[in-house]
Design a protein. Sequence first.
Length: 423
Amino acid sequence: MAFVSASSRGLTRLTHRRAVCSGAPPSALRHAGHRRARGPYLTAMSAASPPPPAAVAPIDGDALLSRVLPPPDGRAGAPPVAAPLPACVVAVRGADRLAFLHNQSTADVKGRSAGEVVAAALTTHTARLTDVVTLVVTPTEVLAVGSPGAGDALMARFDKYLFPGDEVDLADVTSAYSLTAVVGGGADAHLAALPTLDALPGDGAWVAVGGSDDAVGPGADGEPWLAGAALLGGSGLGVPGYRVLARRPSGGGAAAAAAAAAEGIPALSSAEVAALRVWAGVPTAGAEISDAHNPLEARLWGTVSFDKGCYLGQETIARLRTYDGVRTLLYGVDVGAAAPGGDARVAVAPGDAVRTVDADAGAKAAGAVTSVVPLAGGGAWALAYMRKKGGAAAPGVEVLLGDGGARGVVREIVNATDAPLVP
């Protein structure tokens, strides 16, 4: 790659900072000789985002939680299970990769080193969510793991704010990787017993299976399913566990889950993975992640650094925090089963209104449903954005959902990473 002179780069970086803070792209500064990502990456992030998740079959919620949560008495619990996690993966390379991602996301990325994992939100200049990514820092690149189907949009987002002076290369490498969570009470013991693993990673870290500190490497036919993979601390599903980012020539997450099953780890179905996500309150693109909400409303305070300098959306997020401007919050709702003798299916769908139950003032608008998972035998788990004021967004509050008379109780989500909020 040909780079501009040191003096020109200094001017470019000053302009870069101003443009990122204001939300203006650097397109006027580009020139034909600058090498950047090529291809059909010019669509807007919002237009290319995945559609809302499809409806899933009823799930036995109690049985699912018993498989993925450690028992309260501290016993080893059920055997580990694999959860395929569809995702896109974009490789960010070059000497300026950390500084570039630092300016593009809400997280503190600059100064990170190989072996670290960073959760970050991507926002518009008005702090609206476009995606939440996991940044896997390797010695030679940063792998940005984002929402399924969002690879083109992620490339477009990064390419839009890439300056001629940035020593950054981008590549959509989604087809080369699969992502699988390993959860359950027995996950620690199972993984710790692997002879190719030196130690289990904690949250915010990854280790190479095989003891190498090289970048995530390719596996080989005949090797165990973890060979050549990165083991990330944290399941990404709001429950204790790990994620396996494996480089495979083909097959994706389904192939990785099948290989895990061959190693003695049964796989959850896609419906069970979706149900676990909703129960834990993990936002997903097309539902909780949208241009209608910001990271603080989505309970993603853990992805935001309030100490870093300018990034896209920083001014808005700072004002929201300083002036207690967060008006709605994401909560879970346990929807009750239908009355005895009636239809056991609960008629609640994404987009349905949520209203408080007030004996004196009647039902009041409180928010809207974003995701629903029906439960076997009736009832459902749901996620909804609800307003803070008026007492709606508080665990234990009874609410009405939709127009079919469904009732539910607001529940805290285990995935929430809030700073203290004043109701």
